[in-house]
Design a protein around this ligand. Structure first.
Ligand code: SAM
Length: 291
């Protein structure tokens, strides 16, 4: 409604009264559009049994909407100056907890045990600071937290890379990493005008539905991701040339080509054409061969 934190009038009033100035270096672009906020929250599919973790609550625009839907809300904010503002504006919501911390340095497993012991499922919902989008999302996915989904506003190009299919220009190691742990869906594209201050890039909301099991069988995850990285080291090179530089330097091509053929992969293909399943098969075969 008119008096929500995210209304332009209330946002300006809060910022002025507290003498708050935006820090570009912390990716501070606050949302002032109820429609977009409602879309973000709806995509998370919250209810009064579930928990929400918000990263970077700012002055609480999204936090307030989460508080109206979820049983328990925990928000982690790096900027100390925002903590008293959040405590004031979220005072009507006793089931919201504010933690002053850098999410990248936070023990999330411990935080979950502490704050989400009494909820059925947890979503991460955030308008992320764009300078650390990928490290934050990879931390959430790699730590295998008990998450139902992750709904985040991020840079549009990054959202497109996360959701890309094999054989497209956006497909790369980020697509594979995200799709190994989750099922990504683009929720909507968002114009710059819904933020203050306006960012320099276009944005998108993406939902990652976290998988209970990876979709492919991988014998050694660290090695699987190493093979993926190596295969995209130089995008215009073939898979054989990329793998040769990384794993078979100063060796003939025979052994590499035999292993590729065992995996059913033509040596002339490029990394961007291989599916998750093909990367899984390939890395398992290379591992067994003692590479
Ligand atoms: N959620 C608010 C909104 O939508 O209006 C603010 C979003 S703003 C794009 C990003 C927020 O993340 C800022 O409040 C910023 O201070 C915070 N932030 C930046 N880096 C962070 C980090 N490493 N850990 C926690 N919060 C961070």
């Amino acid at each position: 409604g008119m008096d929500d934190i995210a209304s332009p009038r209330r946002t300006k009033e809060i910022i002025q009264r507290h003498g708050f100035s935006f820090k570009k270096s912390l990716g501070q672009n606050f949302l002032i559009d109820q429609n977009i906020l409602n879309k973000i929250v709806a995509a998370a599919d919250l209810d009064s049994t579930k928990g929400a973790l918000e990263i970077g609550p700012g002055i609480g625009a999204l936090t307030e909407k989460l508080a109206q839907q979820a049983k328990s809300v925990t928000a982690v904010e790096i900027d100390q100056r925002l903590v008293p503002i959040l405590q004031e504006v979220l005072e009507p919501y006793p089931h919201v907890r504010i933690h002053h911390a850098d999410v990248l340095k936070t023990d999330l497993e411990a935080l979950f045990q502490q704050d989400f012991a009494d909820v059925s499922k947890v979503s991460v919902v955030a308008n992320l600071p764009y300078y650390v989008t990928t490290p934050i999302l990879m931390k959430l996915l790699e730590e295998k937290l008990p998450l139902e989904n992750i709904v985040v506003m991020i840079q549009k190009e990054v959202a497109e890379r996360m959701a890309a299919s094999p054989g497209t220009k956006d497909y790369g190691s980020l697509s594979i990493a995200v799709q190994y742990y989750s099922v990504p869906e683009l929720v909507c594209i968002v114009p710059r005008t819904v933020f203050i201050p306006q960012p320099n890039v276009e944005s998108a909301v993406i939902r990652l539905t976290v998988r209970e099991q990876p979709p492919v069988e991988v014998d050694d995850e660290a090695f699987f991701f190493l093979v993926v990285q190596a295969s995209f080291a130089q995008r215009r090179k073939t898979i054989a040339n990329n793998l040769k530089s990384r794993f078979f330097p100063g060796e003939g091509r025979e052994r590499l080509e035999a292993l590729l053929s065992e995996a059913g992969i033509e040596p002339s293909r490029r990394g961007e054409t291989l599916s998750l399943q093909e990367y899984a098969t390939l890395s398992n075969i290379l591992l067994k061969a003692g590479i």
